[in-house]
Design a protein around this ligand. Structure first.
Ligand code: MAN
Length: 353
């Protein structure tokens, strides 16, 4: 089944130039991978805003949060011909054996009445805080339960990437719960309701030496302590999701089970979207999984950009049969697309029957 996404005619709906940098001296390079929610009659995006200093020709420079600096950030600046520099990927580099990100991300709110035209707030909403977030915070998933919005996000630092948790009821005051799943772990999507009286989450540990980048499901009594771990979706050699897979936003409850839109990448780091159907009562049971992507990077803004050939989503809204995803294209601009839930289920064939 080919790409079944109906992209917004207005794409990209937000670009770096639409947003004000968080401080003098930094440039916004990328807007990406927003969390999505409804609050007070409006649609909210929690954007990931990635910044760095204006790049000079022979240098690479990146900001790092540092409470010891009066400005709160230090700039690491290295000559490109330095033999200790290894710069294989626009997203990260290695220097003297340590890995750094090329940009520093914060999270920022944008609001809309129609889901297409968004007003971005002038200032960051949430910045990395403390030593486990000194390389920034990224890719927040938003799940509402009983009027509380839970944000699960990637907390990045020299110690690795783990899952942080923040909650809010009003989008003005935030409670920070710290890191709830340690490195290496990301792509954490909470289920929107308890299962057997427990919270449940999809997440993506990364195995070193043995194992890999697979999707797991776990349970928790309190969102802090996670157990009953099960690995449910592996990478598939030779396929579009051969190197890494990770959950998108919260699973959607359908009459056939939990539908999860996930991302998969191959050895060329080409990121596509696919679907998983999980048992309603025991989401560790996978009922069906896309053989072909339901969305692939094909539009010009998805094929070329800061990091090309990427469609990546971690936020959506559901209205009846329609799921509207908001997604990062080429790790540079924000776009929207709609799917029919029935069409996604039909694309899975009769695997779950
Ligand atoms: C990783 C994360 C995402 C990013 C993709 C594609 O999974 O850094 O934020 O969008 O890679 O580059």
């Amino acid at each position: 089944m080919p790409d079944i996404a109906r992209r917004f005619a207005e794409n990209p709906i937000l670009r770096p130039a639409d947003v004000a940098p968080s401080r003098d001296g930094l440039n916004i390079e990328c807007l990406l991978n927003p969390g999505v929610f409804r609050y007070d009659g409006r649609i909210g995006l929690l954007l990931r805003v990635a910044e760095r200093p204006m790049q000079e020709e022979d240098w690479v420079s990146t900001p790092i949060l540092d409470p010891h600096q009066p400005s709160g950030i230090a700039i690491l600046k290295i000559r490109k011909d330095d033999p200790d520099l290894f710069y294989p990927d626009p997203r990260l580099f290695q220097y003297q054996g340590k890995t750094y990100l090329t940009t520093l991300s914060h999270l920022r709110l944008a609001w809309s009445d129609d889901g297409v035209r968004f007003q971005v707030e002038d200032k960051p909403t949430l910045l990395g805080l403390g030593e486990l977030e000194s390389f920034g915070i990224e890719d927040a998933r938003v799940t509402e339960m009983d009027g509380t919005y839970y944000l699960t996000y990637s907390a990045v630092s020299p110690s690795g990437v783990g899952v942080g948790l923040i909650s809010t009821r009003d989008w003005r005051t935030f409670e920070r719960h710290g890191m709830v799943i340690p490195p290496s772990n990301k792509d954490c999507a909470l289920f929107p309701q308890k299962i057997d009286g427990e919270y449940a989450a999809l997440h993506r540990p990364s195995g070193v030496m043995i194992g890999g980048n697979f999707i797991w499901v776990s349970r928790s009594p309190d969102l802090h302590h996670w157990g009953k771990h099960r690995c449910i979706a592996w990478t598939r050699p030779g396929m579009w999701d051969s190197v890494r897979v990770g959950a998108g936003a919260e699973p959607i409850l359908t009459s056939h089970g939990w539908l999860e839109i996930y991302h998969g990448a191959n050895a060329d780091s080409r990121y596509c979207l696919g679907a998983l159907l999980l048992d309603r009562d025991d989401p560790a049971k996978v009922l069906a999984r896309s053989l072909e992507p339901i969305m692939e990077p094909t539009a010009p803004y998805e094929e070329t950009g800061f990091f090309g050939k990427v469609v990546f989503t971690n936020g959506h809204l559901v209205d009846g049969d329609t799921v509207t995803i908001y997604y990062g294209a080429s790790d540079e601009v924000i776009c929207g697309a709609k799917f029919s839930i029935q069409e996604i289920l039909a694309s899975l064939g009769k695997q779950w029957a």
